[in-house]
Design a protein around this ligand. Structure first.
Ligand code: ADE
Length: 263
Protein backbone atom coordinates (compact mmCIF):
# COMPACT_ATOMS: atom_id res chain seq x y z
CA UNK A 1 0.00 0.00 0.00
CA UNK A 2 1.23 3.46 -0.84
CA UNK A 3 0.58 6.08 1.84
CA UNK A 4 1.07 9.76 1.07
CA UNK A 5 1.20 12.10 4.06
CA UNK A 6 0.72 15.82 3.53
CA UNK A 7 1.93 17.84 6.51
CA UNK A 8 3.84 20.94 7.56
CA UNK A 9 5.66 18.81 10.17
CA UNK A 10 7.36 16.04 8.16
CA UNK A 11 9.97 15.59 10.89
CA UNK A 12 7.39 14.06 13.21
CA UNK A 13 6.93 10.92 11.10
CA UNK A 14 10.21 9.04 10.46
CA UNK A 15 10.76 8.00 14.11
CA UNK A 16 7.33 6.36 14.16
CA UNK A 17 7.02 5.05 10.60
CA UNK A 18 10.59 3.72 10.59
CA UNK A 19 10.37 1.78 13.83
CA UNK A 20 9.02 -1.57 14.91
CA UNK A 21 6.29 -3.25 12.85
CA UNK A 22 5.64 -0.28 10.53
CA UNK A 23 9.38 0.02 9.82
CA UNK A 24 9.60 -3.71 9.09
CA UNK A 25 6.58 -3.51 6.74
CA UNK A 26 8.18 -0.60 4.89
CA UNK A 27 11.44 -2.54 4.54
CA UNK A 28 9.54 -5.53 3.18
CA UNK A 29 7.86 -3.22 0.64
CA UNK A 30 4.35 -3.89 1.96
CA UNK A 31 4.01 -0.23 2.94
CA UNK A 32 5.48 2.69 1.02
CA UNK A 33 5.43 6.01 2.85
CA UNK A 34 5.66 9.25 0.93
CA UNK A 35 6.08 12.34 3.13
CA UNK A 36 5.11 15.62 1.46
CA UNK A 37 5.96 18.98 2.96
CA UNK A 38 3.05 21.31 2.24
CA UNK A 39 5.27 24.35 2.83
CA UNK A 40 7.32 23.55 -0.29
CA UNK A 41 4.24 24.17 -2.41
CA UNK A 42 3.43 27.60 -1.00
CA UNK A 43 3.50 30.31 -3.67
CA UNK A 44 3.68 32.93 -0.96
CA UNK A 45 7.06 34.69 -0.83
CA UNK A 46 7.61 33.71 2.80
CA UNK A 47 6.38 30.16 2.13
CA UNK A 48 3.54 30.72 4.55
CA UNK A 49 1.00 27.95 4.88
CA UNK A 50 -1.57 29.82 6.97
CA UNK A 51 -3.28 33.19 7.33
CA UNK A 52 -5.76 35.05 9.55
CA UNK A 53 -9.38 33.88 9.40
CA UNK A 54 -11.99 35.91 7.54
CA UNK A 55 -14.49 37.15 10.11
CA UNK A 56 -11.80 37.38 12.76
CA UNK A 57 -11.30 35.11 15.70
CA UNK A 58 -8.34 33.45 17.35
CA UNK A 59 -5.70 31.46 15.55
CA UNK A 60 -4.69 30.92 11.97
CA UNK A 61 -6.25 28.99 9.12
CA UNK A 62 -4.29 26.80 6.71
CA UNK A 63 -4.25 28.17 3.17
CA UNK A 64 -5.96 26.24 0.39
CA UNK A 65 -3.33 27.01 -2.27
CA UNK A 66 -0.30 25.09 -0.89
CA UNK A 67 -2.54 22.10 -0.12
CA UNK A 68 -4.11 22.04 -3.59
CA UNK A 69 -0.67 22.37 -5.25
CA UNK A 70 0.70 19.59 -3.05
CA UNK A 71 -2.27 17.33 -3.94
CA UNK A 72 -1.78 18.08 -7.66
CA UNK A 73 1.89 17.15 -7.42
CA UNK A 74 1.48 13.99 -5.37
CA UNK A 75 -1.81 12.57 -6.62
CA UNK A 76 -2.51 14.36 -9.95
CA UNK A 77 -5.15 11.92 -11.13
CA UNK A 78 -6.84 11.57 -7.75
CA UNK A 79 -6.13 7.85 -7.54
CA UNK A 80 -5.65 7.85 -3.77
CA UNK A 81 -8.40 7.70 -1.20
CA UNK A 82 -7.87 11.13 0.28
CA UNK A 83 -8.44 11.44 4.00
CA UNK A 84 -8.41 14.63 6.05
CA UNK A 85 -7.64 14.05 9.73
CA UNK A 86 -10.14 16.07 11.71
CA UNK A 87 -12.14 15.77 14.92
CA UNK A 88 -15.22 16.36 12.71
CA UNK A 89 -14.67 13.11 10.82
CA UNK A 90 -15.99 9.56 11.06
CA UNK A 91 -14.45 7.91 14.09
CA UNK A 92 -11.69 5.36 13.55
CA UNK A 93 -12.74 1.84 14.60
CA UNK A 94 -11.59 -1.69 13.74
CA UNK A 95 -14.27 -1.79 11.01
CA UNK A 96 -13.06 1.49 9.45
CA UNK A 97 -9.43 0.33 9.68
CA UNK A 98 -10.26 -3.01 8.06
CA UNK A 99 -12.05 -1.20 5.24
CA UNK A 100 -9.20 1.27 4.62
CA UNK A 101 -6.65 -1.57 4.72
CA UNK A 102 -8.12 -2.86 1.43
CA UNK A 103 -7.08 0.29 -0.46
CA UNK A 104 -3.95 0.34 -2.62
CA UNK A 105 -3.28 4.03 -2.10
CA UNK A 106 -4.20 6.24 0.85
CA UNK A 107 -3.45 9.92 1.26
CA UNK A 108 -3.60 11.62 4.65
CA UNK A 109 -3.82 15.38 5.01
CA UNK A 110 -2.83 16.68 8.43
CA UNK A 111 -4.42 19.93 9.49
CA UNK A 112 -2.90 22.36 11.95
CA UNK A 113 -3.52 25.73 13.55
CA UNK A 114 -7.18 26.56 14.15
CA UNK A 115 -8.35 24.81 11.02
CA UNK A 116 -8.09 24.47 7.29
CA UNK A 117 -9.74 26.63 4.64
CA UNK A 118 -13.06 24.83 4.11
CA UNK A 119 -12.53 24.80 0.33
CA UNK A 120 -9.89 22.08 0.85
CA UNK A 121 -12.63 19.60 1.73
CA UNK A 122 -13.83 19.67 -1.92
CA UNK A 123 -10.57 17.96 -2.86
CA UNK A 124 -10.80 15.29 -0.16
CA UNK A 125 -12.85 12.09 -0.06
CA UNK A 126 -13.58 11.97 3.66
CA UNK A 127 -12.66 13.13 7.14
CA UNK A 128 -11.39 10.80 9.82
CA UNK A 129 -11.24 11.39 13.58
CA UNK A 130 -9.36 9.26 16.08
CA UNK A 131 -11.65 10.22 18.95
CA UNK A 132 -13.73 12.91 20.60
CA UNK A 133 -10.89 15.13 21.72
CA UNK A 134 -8.91 17.80 19.94
CA UNK A 135 -5.22 17.39 19.18
CA UNK A 136 -2.89 20.24 18.27
CA UNK A 137 -2.66 18.84 14.76
CA UNK A 138 -3.53 15.91 12.53
CA UNK A 139 -0.04 14.37 12.57
CA UNK A 140 -0.47 12.17 15.63
CA UNK A 141 -3.93 11.21 14.40
CA UNK A 142 -2.47 10.18 11.03
CA UNK A 143 0.15 8.02 12.75
CA UNK A 144 -2.48 6.36 14.92
CA UNK A 145 -4.68 5.69 11.88
CA UNK A 146 -1.76 4.32 9.82
CA UNK A 147 -0.67 2.03 12.65
CA UNK A 148 -4.21 0.75 13.17
CA UNK A 149 -4.88 0.23 9.43
CA UNK A 150 -1.50 -1.44 8.82
CA UNK A 151 -2.33 -4.24 11.26
CA UNK A 152 -5.07 -5.39 8.88
CA UNK A 153 -2.83 -5.52 5.79
CA UNK A 154 -1.72 -9.08 5.04
CA UNK A 155 1.96 -9.61 5.82
CA UNK A 156 2.37 -6.60 8.13
CA UNK A 157 1.99 -8.68 11.27
CA UNK A 158 3.77 -11.98 11.57
CA UNK A 159 1.48 -15.02 11.58
CA UNK A 160 1.78 -15.26 15.38
CA UNK A 161 0.71 -11.62 15.75
CA UNK A 162 -2.48 -11.78 13.65
CA UNK A 163 -4.90 -8.85 14.03
CA UNK A 164 -7.77 -11.30 13.80
CA UNK A 165 -6.61 -13.23 16.86
CA UNK A 166 -8.52 -16.16 18.30
CA UNK A 167 -12.08 -15.97 17.05
CA UNK A 168 -13.60 -15.60 20.53
CA UNK A 169 -11.59 -12.49 21.26
CA UNK A 170 -13.12 -10.69 18.31
CA UNK A 171 -15.31 -8.14 20.05
CA UNK A 172 -13.85 -8.71 23.51
CA UNK A 173 -10.97 -7.10 25.37
CA UNK A 174 -7.71 -9.01 25.63
CA UNK A 175 -7.19 -11.61 28.36
CA UNK A 176 -4.17 -11.18 30.69
CA UNK A 177 -0.79 -12.44 29.47
CA UNK A 178 2.22 -13.63 31.48
CA UNK A 179 5.79 -14.65 30.75
CA UNK A 180 8.68 -15.96 32.87
CA UNK A 181 9.31 -16.18 35.76
CA UNK A 182 6.40 -18.22 37.16
CA UNK A 183 6.63 -16.18 40.34
CA UNK A 184 7.61 -12.52 40.54
CA UNK A 185 7.74 -10.74 43.89
CA UNK A 186 5.19 -13.17 45.29
CA UNK A 187 2.84 -12.76 42.31
CA UNK A 188 2.15 -16.03 40.51
CA UNK A 189 0.94 -16.99 37.03
CA UNK A 190 -2.61 -18.45 36.96
CA UNK A 191 -2.49 -22.24 37.17
CA UNK A 192 -4.41 -23.03 33.92
CA UNK A 193 -1.65 -21.38 31.88
CA UNK A 194 1.02 -23.61 33.41
CA UNK A 195 -0.47 -27.07 33.15
CA UNK A 196 -0.04 -27.44 29.38
CA UNK A 197 -3.64 -28.49 28.66
CA UNK A 198 -4.52 -26.52 25.55
CA UNK A 199 -8.28 -26.85 25.96
CA UNK A 200 -8.09 -25.55 29.54
CA UNK A 201 -5.90 -22.66 28.44
CA UNK A 202 -8.39 -21.64 25.73
CA UNK A 203 -11.29 -21.82 28.22
CA UNK A 204 -9.37 -19.73 30.74
CA UNK A 205 -8.51 -17.12 28.11
CA UNK A 206 -12.10 -16.90 26.93
CA UNK A 207 -13.39 -16.58 30.52
CA UNK A 208 -10.90 -13.86 31.36
CA UNK A 209 -11.61 -11.94 28.15
CA UNK A 210 -15.32 -12.04 28.80
CA UNK A 211 -14.93 -11.22 32.49
CA UNK A 212 -12.71 -8.19 31.83
CA UNK A 213 -15.02 -6.96 29.08
CA UNK A 214 -18.15 -7.34 31.25
CA UNK A 215 -16.46 -5.39 34.03
CA UNK A 216 -14.84 -2.64 31.98
CA UNK A 217 -17.00 -2.34 28.85
CA UNK A 218 -20.39 -3.88 29.63
CA UNK A 219 -21.99 -2.54 26.41
CA UNK A 220 -19.25 -4.23 24.36
CA UNK A 221 -19.71 -7.53 26.24
CA UNK A 222 -23.49 -7.42 25.73
CA UNK A 223 -23.04 -6.87 21.98
CA UNK A 224 -20.65 -9.84 21.89
CA UNK A 225 -23.03 -12.10 23.83
CA UNK A 226 -25.99 -11.10 21.63
CA UNK A 227 -24.21 -11.40 18.33
CA UNK A 228 -22.71 -14.88 18.64
CA UNK A 229 -23.76 -18.48 18.49
CA UNK A 230 -21.89 -20.47 21.13
CA UNK A 231 -21.17 -24.18 21.13
CA UNK A 232 -22.53 -26.01 24.15
CA UNK A 233 -19.11 -25.99 25.74
CA UNK A 234 -18.59 -22.25 25.11
CA UNK A 235 -22.03 -21.54 26.56
CA UNK A 236 -20.94 -23.35 29.75
CA UNK A 237 -17.86 -21.15 29.95
CA UNK A 238 -19.99 -18.02 29.39
CA UNK A 239 -22.50 -19.09 32.07
CA UNK A 240 -19.70 -19.68 34.57
CA UNK A 241 -18.39 -16.15 33.98
CA UNK A 242 -21.88 -14.65 34.38
CA UNK A 243 -22.28 -16.60 37.62
CA UNK A 244 -18.90 -15.36 38.88
CA UNK A 245 -19.95 -11.76 38.19
CA UNK A 246 -23.31 -12.30 39.92
CA UNK A 247 -21.67 -13.79 43.02
CA UNK A 248 -19.08 -11.03 43.21
CA UNK A 249 -21.74 -8.33 42.87
CA UNK A 250 -23.92 -9.93 45.54
CA UNK A 251 -20.99 -10.16 47.91
CA UNK A 252 -20.05 -6.52 47.26
CA UNK A 253 -23.65 -5.50 47.99
CA UNK A 254 -23.72 -7.52 51.21
CA UNK A 255 -20.38 -6.03 52.29
CA UNK A 256 -21.58 -2.49 51.66
CA UNK A 257 -24.80 -2.90 53.67
CA UNK A 258 -24.64 -1.90 57.33
CA UNK A 259 -24.32 -4.95 59.59
CA UNK A 260 -27.65 -6.10 61.11
CA UNK A 261 -28.11 -5.50 64.80
CA UNK A 262 -28.05 -8.78 66.73
CA UNK A 263 -29.84 -8.22 70.02
N1 ADE B 1 -6.95 16.79 14.57
C1 ADE B 1 -7.14 17.33 15.78
N2 ADE B 1 -7.81 16.51 16.59
C2 ADE B 1 -8.06 15.37 15.87
C3 ADE B 1 -8.71 14.15 16.14
N3 ADE B 1 -9.29 13.91 17.31
N4 ADE B 1 -8.78 13.22 15.17
C4 ADE B 1 -8.24 13.47 13.97
N5 ADE B 1 -7.60 14.60 13.65
C5 ADE B 1 -7.51 15.56 14.58
Amino acid sequence: MRIDILTTFTEMFPPVLGASILGRAAQKGILEFNLCDIRQYSENKHHNTDDYPFGGGAGMVMLAQPIYSCLDAVDPEHKARRILLSPRGRTLSPEVARELAKEEHLLFLCGHYEGIDERVSCAMDEELSIGDYVLTGGELAAMVAIDCIARFIPGVLGSSESAETESFSDGLLEYPQYTRPREFEGLTVPEPLLNGNHAHIVDWQMSESLYITLRRRPEMAQAYLKGRKFTRHEQKVVNAVLERIREEDEKAKRDSEPAEETT
